[in-house]
Design a protein around this ligand. Structure first.
Ligand SMILES: Nc1ncnc2c1ncn2[C@@H]1O[C@H](COP(=O)(O)OP(=O)(O)OP(=O)(O)O)[C@@H](O)[C@H]1O
Length: 694
């Protein structure tokens, strides 16, 4: 690095003309452009490139002042002396010339200052697209130091620059938006002309991020206002805004319409009256009032005063047609009543113990019974469960036990109908060794086994009279006598009994003890037959489907629409047990992922409520006829009927409980092969299935 101290002797210091002459001199001396780029003038702690005329002049080096000429690369010999000579020997100019220099300097400085003070970035390039000037704002916006810009090609240091295009085309590009360093810039690029010749180009650009922010906010505000307008216009209430004098400065369509219809002035006084308005203006408090604008125009009016900095500025007014409000209030009242009722009904079922979750269904009749069973479970009372066979009596008995405090203790079921009457006593109460022939050991009875738990006496209506008396004794004395025993055993057993028989009738007929009947009926629970709660069928079908999927490893995930419909039309004499069996049968037959109507047995597939309730279908006359046919004739008729209902030997055989071979053999024997599946096909073609009596 070489540093050459130089002093200015000229009257106007380093003015424009002198600076230009200096640069020209240096260019001719150095020849080497690279060396020229690396040559700086350092003055007053400022360092500028020597070949940047504007920067050089802006140093304002005065007469007699010294500055350093710094070469950052080696300088050829003799050059330094020539430069020194240039400043020392440069002739003095006459006074006219000096004045012109001063004026030029002044103008140039003013321009320089003005450009520097601009909030815009400015980049000037020469014809070669080399940057000759960049102000501080430009450097800042481009995030570069001035020396990284000056003397460099614009397209190299500013990738998005299009000044070379302006130079090429000699056409300005105005109002272009570009993003540099995440800042949106609005740019104007123009060619610079001198003496009719294009000598370079200038880019002036401006940070418009604030402008964009404001414009976005403005758009948001506009949108908000539009939405608000839309809301205010679309409500059926009348909404308005008044100034402090009571004149409406805003009214939605409904409000405007009302004023027009009633031919009223658009003032709040016309709505609430002058005295109410005066009172409000004196003491601004929100209030509500029923107002009658015209005989048929009654409104519930709400007024909210607007008070800003303690000063009353106006009001917000909302008006709702009185008749509509009245209707609404009535509706709300009705709904409240209904909600209360539903809450009450729901509360009855919601709290069912988890033990009852095994019992599927949501019909009111079932839920009523379960609610009762749930309540009873928490007591020690004897429970009597009645209902047709297969309605879930055992299931409920188990749930009552599970929901009771005895749930950790045994639940013992005794099917009174299944045990021989002679063995029943010992089965229930046990026997001592040697009590009767064959009593080789002492045997504990079911009551003993159920001690501290629950005994479930299923089919209690089948117990003989004598045993009924013994059960009564257990209930009364809470003790049992083993057969052949000498002392009674004290027991703590809860009894749940069940029957599908009509015990009241049996009491009347004298086959069931009245005293036991009343002892057992402390809390009766009746399980309704499935036909009276068909709403439960879909739940039960889903439940059994899930059970069977798990048991059989299948993946059936629904049913045809008509499937449930057909199930609902059937009268279900076997109740839920029958439904369970039917679903299992369909599971075995189905070849798809759905339960299909075609796989239902004919009495359900074709049956209607009315037909199903009749005792018999195609063979009804056999039951009434006094003549008996040969077995073979009956068989033929059975096959003639059944074969029409099934599309294949397989299904026919399954329905009749015979092998596929036998089914085929019999049809051949009776010449019925062509009848196979006839009604089945008709049913598939016509949505109405043929009647069984056809
Ligand atoms: N609501 C229900 N939800 C799920 N399964 C049920 C329901 N009701 C009954 N079942 C099932 O139906 C079948 C018959 O039920 P259960 O044996 O309890 O009937 P029951 O009234 O005691 O019959 P029976 O009088 O013939 O002894 C059982 O497999 C049972 O699990």
């Amino acid at each position: 690095m070489t540093s050459l101290p130089l002093t200015i002797y000229k009257k106007n210091g380093l003015h424009v003309r002198l600076a230009a002459a200096f640069i020209t001199k240096l260019q001719s001396l150095l020849q080497n452009k690279e060396l020229l780029k690396k040559t700086y003038v350092v003055y007053n702690n400022k360092k500028v490139q020597v070949n940047n005329l504007l920067s050089l002049v802006s140093l304002k080096i005065g007469r007699g002042e010294e500055f350093q000429l710094v070469f950052e690369q080696a300088v050829p010999p003799g050059i330094l002396e020539e430069i020194k000579d240039f400043f020392e020997k440069n002739e003095l100019v006459d006074s006219g010339q000096a004045e012109a220099d001063r004026l030029m300097m002044e103008n140039s400085m003013t321009l320089q200052e003005a450009i520097a003070a601009l909030p815009n970035g400015i980049i000037v390039v020469n014809k070669e697209n080399v940057i000759t000037y960049a102000n501080d704002v430009a450097a800042k916006l481009l995030n570069k130091a001035p020396q990284e810009l000056i003397n460099h090609r614009a397209d190299q240091v500013i990738p998005s620059s299009r000044l070379h295009v302006v130079i090429e085309t000699n056409k300005p590009e105005l109002g272009e938006k570009q993003i540099i360093n995440n800042t949106p810039l609005l740019t104007n690029r123009s060619p610079v002309m001198f003496d009719g010749q294009m000598i370079g180009a200038v880019a002036v650009f401006q940070d418009i991020s604030n402008l964009e922010k404001v414009s976005r906010e403005l758009t948001n505000v506009r949108e908000l206002q539009q939405r608000l307008d839309l809301v205010l216009q679309s409500v059926s209430d009348l909404i308005g805004l008044t100034d402090q004098e009571g004149t409406f400065i805003y009214a939605n369509e409904e409000m405007t319409g009302m004023f027009q219809k009633q031919r009223k002035r658009k003032t709040i006084q016309a709505v609430i009256g002058t005295s109410a308005w005066k009172a409000l203006a004196v003491e601004p408090q929100p209030f509500m009032k029923m107002v009658r604008i015209a005989p048929q125009a009654k409104y519930i009016t709400k007024i909210n005063p607007l008070v800003v900095d303690g000063e009353f500025k106006g009001t917000v007014v909302t008006m709702s047609p009185y008749d509509e409000m009245k209707l609404l209030l009535q509706k709300i009242e009705l709904m409240e009543q209904r909600t209360k009722y539903l809450e009450f009904e729901l509360s009855k079922y919601q709290k069912l113990n988890d033990a009852f979750k095994t019992i599927k269904g949501s019909s009111k009749v079932l839920l009523d019974s379960l609610t009762m069973a749930d309540k009873v479970a928490k007591t020690e009372s004897t429970v009597m469960i009645t209902g047709e066979s297969g309605t879930g009596k055992e299931l409920v008995a188990r749930a009552v036990h599970e929901a009771s405090s005895r749930k950790e203790k045994p639940f013992i079921r005794v099917n009174c109908a299944a045990i021989h009457p002679n063995l029943m006593e010992s089965e229930l109460f046990g026997h001592e060794k040697g009590a009767f022939t064959g009593a080789y050991t002492t045997h504990r009875g079911k009551f003993e086994l159920a001690n501290n738990g629950t005994i479930f006496l299923d089919e209690i209506g089948d117990l003989n009279f004598e045993l009924q008396a013994k059960i009564l004794r257990v209930l009364q004395e809470k003790e049992v006598d083993r057969v052949g025993g000498t002392r009674p055993l004290k027991l703590d057993v809860r009894i749940i009994a069940a029957t599908n028989r009509n015990l009241t009738k049996m009491v009347d007929e004298g086959t069931f003890r009245e005293d036991l009947y009343y002892r057992l009926h402390v809390i009766p629970i009746h399980l309704p037959p499935l036909r009276s709660r068909i709403d439960d069928i879909p739940y039960l079908v889903d439940h059994f489907t899930e059970q069977l999927n798990n048991k059989l490893g299948k993946n059936i995930n629904g049913y045809e629409a008509s499937f449930i419909e057909r199930l609902c039309h059937y009268h279900w004499p076997g109740n839920i047990r029958e439904l369970q069996n039917i679903i299992e049968r369909v599971f075995h037959l189905t070849e798809s992922h759905l339960l299909c109507s075609k796989d239902l047995p004919p009495h359900i597939f074709y049956g209607t409520k009315e037909q199903a309730s009749k005792p018999a279908g195609p063979f009804a006359e056999w039951l009434t006829s006094k003549h008996v046919l040969k077995l073979e004739d009956y068989e033929k008729q059975i096959f003639a009927h059944a074969c029409q209902l099934y599309p294949s030997y397989n299904q026919l055989a399954q329905a009749l409980g015979i092998t596929h071979k036998t089914a085929a053999k019999k049809l051949r024997k009776y010449g019925l092969e062509r009848m196979l599946g006839k009604k089945y096909q008709q049913a598939a073609i016509f949505s109405q299935p043929p009647s069984l009596n056809e």
